[in-house]
Design a protein around this ligand. Sequence first.
Ligand code: AHR
Length: 326
Amino acid sequence: MFKKSLLAVAAASMLTLTACGGTAGAGSAAGNSGDDKITMGFAQVGAESGWRTANTKSVQDSAKKAGVDLKFSDAQQKQENQIKAIRSYIQQKVDVIAFSPVVESGWDTVLKEAKNAKIPVILTDRAVDSSDKTLYKTFLGSDFVEEGKKAGEWLVEQSKASEPVNIVEIQGTTGSAPANDRKEGFAEAIKADPDLKIVASQSGDFTRSGGKQVMEAFLKNNADIDVVFAHNDDEGLGAIEAIEAAGKVPGKDIKIITIDAVKDGMTALSNGKINYIVECSPMLGDQLMDLAKKVIAGESVPERVVTEETTFTQEQAKQVLASRPY
Ligand code: AHR
């Protein structure tokens, strides 16, 4: 079902959309550090994946480099923990709050509390679905719909005409922006070939164990699986374990497409166990610190900053593996 030729690397672009005012400076709550050092409260999603570990390191390293006093919390993938952390940052009167929302909905109340306290908020990595855009200053992160599209377009390109292709999808965390958007982008792209069919779709919560469990169930219930589309590398790596345990060869008997391009994923791609990876960059720290400084100084910032990303075939992975920083 797969053609021999592979697609070239997709061009990466660094976009900044509609410029808008981020004027927190004048009205911003005074930080409590008692000096000129900026205090940032950062409410992280958790430690669910290799991507998340790299993202946390990027934020912590960049804060140190930029002289930002970072208060960091890990929500263990629970929205209530993130809300608690944000409330605690409001109480501590930090200068700026940044967070990567576990899920898209349910943020308006706590974001209004931050706004009333005159503490600017920066969204990093994931979006919220609030219609009130004044609740945060800017959103820095990937275009997840585009990532899903790139995964689907590669599959369309590889598929032979008139042969049915059964796809199973391992979604990310239910209700999260990357799960919603990657699903949408992938479904949109594979419409181009009516032979491509998603026969099962379930959440693996962006974890390796989740990916393994979901894949075991898929293999039990579906006799003929051609392709796995996993919403991140960790889920794909879990799926590989399940496929091997079922006596099949990942990357050959069942093709695997994932998103992220972290070291373990890229290693599996180089070894032929994954077939294609769409990059999602976790290196958001430096841009986040720059945006925070601007917002606090009352400078205008773009309302959306989209990160730079590419794609990798097996051959391309072999070439860059040694130099991957995460
Ligand atoms: O929000 C980014 C996603 O979250 C990454 O793709 C995934 O690995 C992580 O857990």
